[in-house]
Design a protein around this ligand. Structure first.
Ligand SMILES: [Zn+2]
Length: 156
C-alpha cells in the first residue's frame, strides 16, 4: 500500500503528539524548510501544499484546530512526500464538484487516487499518534479522544 510506505518515510512521531513538531522533524530530515500558514480565505478548500522551489508551505484554514487541523496538515504532508501533482495542488481536493479545478492561470487536473492516498496517510498517522497518546487513559477516555480529537487530562 502506497500510503503505508509514505508513513514509513516519516521521522519518529513526536511524543506527545504535535503536528508542528513533526513538521520541524521533517525539515531536519529533508533539509528543506516547511512552513505552516494558518490563513483565512473563504473560497479555500481544506488546505493545500505549495512548493516555491526552495521550500515547502502548507496552508490551512485558521479557524480549524485540533484533530481536523492535524488531519489537513498530514494530508498535505502526504502530497509533499509523494510529490503529487503540480503545485498549487489541492484546490480541487475532494470538495470540488468536478474532476477539474481552476488554478491561477490554468486548469489543474484533480487526481482522485492521490487524494485517497493522502486521506489514508492522514488517518494512519493520526491513528499511530492517538495510540501513543492513549497509553495512560481509560478505554472511555480513549474513545472520547477519538471522537473529539482532544486529549483528556492525564491523571496524576
Ligand atoms: Zn489533497
Amino acid at each position: 500500500m502506497i500510503a503505508r510506505k509514505l508513513v514509513l518515510r516519516l521521522p519518529d512521531l513526536p511524543q506527545p503528539w504535535d503536528v508542528g513538531e513533526l513538521c520541524r522533524a521533517l525539515e531536519r530530515s529533508r533539509g528543506r524548510s516547511l512552513t505552516l500558514h494558518p490563513v483565512d480565505i473563504p473560497a479555500m478548500p481544506s488546505g493545500f501544499w505549495y512548493d516555491d522551489g526552495e521550500s515547502d508551505h502548507i496552508f490551512y484554514g485558521s479557524s480549524v484546530s485540533g484533530y481536523y487541523r492535524d488531519h489537513i496538515i498530514l494530508h498535505e504532508i502526504c502530497h509533499m512526500l509523494a510529490g503529487h501533482g503540480v503545485a498549487p495542488r489541492d484546490l480541487a481536493a475532494a470538495h470540488s464538484a468536478g474532476p477539474f479545478v481552476r488554478g491561477p492561470g490554468r486548469i489543474l487536473k484533480c487526481h482522485n487516487t492521490e487524494e485517497e492516498i493522502a486521506e489514508t496517510f492522514s488517518a494512519m498517522v493520526l491513528k499511530r499518534a492517538g495510540r501513543m497518546r492513549h497509553k495512560k487513559v481509560s478505554a472511555v477516555e480513549s474513545r472520547a479522544q477519538e471522537l473529539l480529537g482532544v486529549p483528556c487530562a492525564r491523571r496524576a
